[in-house]
Design a protein around this ligand. Structure first.
Ligand code: GSH
Length: 217
């Protein structure tokens, strides 16, 4: 139960989804109290945390009135609207809002999800946990080959995009860049897959975005 006046973010340093929210907060220069959920110790399954997020996942934002918001994109939506003076990261006009949503969704579906699929279906410690959430699923290790092909296509597709625009959704840094950055770091850390040499625009974008102070979050 949140008894403070500010929201509290339940998160984990080991979670790439939580990092998507940490970078968002850092870009906006918002300081929100955080509480660590120890995924290694399976704290997400505890009765106390299940009451906060019945899907047993991080991140979760708990508001001062006790409302619990799960799902990265919903937490972003809340923070964008609740702190209107902070720099916008979800677009500012009907057109840029739609483009940010479109490109962020492509980054999540075509990049982040295949990396997650590859990692969760092969890592020893995630046996029986091929999908996060309240239900248990066995791993299908062979699927990792297809995950690698999907990641390679993601790199090629985003290379084409970044040859014509400075940031993933267009002229401004947005959540589409956050998900793409976290995807690339997760692919390299979790699967040893890195941006191919020939993807020069993607590499240049990566170097620019990963040197932003918020990317350390
Ligand atoms: N769709 C959810 C996904 C959250 C998710 O998968 N979180 C992972 C960490 S990256 C988790 O909580 N894993 C717990 C587990 O593996 O049991 C979101 O957007 O927040």
């Amino acid at each position: 139960m949140n008894t403070t006046a500010a929201p509290i973010l339940y998160e984990s340093k080991a979670s790439p989804n939580a990092r998507r929210v940490r970078i968002f907060l850092a870009e906006k220069d918002l300081k929100i109290p955080t509480l660590a959920v120890d995924l290694g110790a399976k704290e997400q399954f505890s009765e106390a945390y299940s009451a906060i997020n019945p899907r047993k996942q991080v991140p979760t934002l708990v508001l001062a009135n006790g409302a619990s918001i799960g799902e990265v994109t919903a937490i972003w939506r809340y923070l964008e609207d609740a702190y209107p003076d902070a720099v916008p990261l979800l677009g500012t006009t009907p057109e840029t809002k739609a483009l940010v949503t479109m490109w962020e969704r492509r980054a999540e579906l075509d990049g982040f999800a295949p990396v997650m699929e590859g990692v969760r279906n092969t890592v020893e410690g995630l046996k029986g946990r091929a999908l996060s959430g309240p239900h248990a699923y066995e791993q299908i290790p062979e699927i990792a080959e297809r995950s690698k092909l999907r990641i390679s296509n993601f790199f090629a597709d985003f290379e084409l995009r970044l040859r014509v625009v400075p940031f993933v959704a267009g002229d401004e840094f947005s959540v589409a860049d956050i998900t793409t950055l976290v995807t690339i770091d997760f692919a390299s850390g979790g699967m040893g897959v890195t941006i191919p040499e020939e993807c020069t625009a993607l590499k240049a974008w990566y170097s620019k975005v990963s040197s932003r102070p918020a990317s350390k979050a």
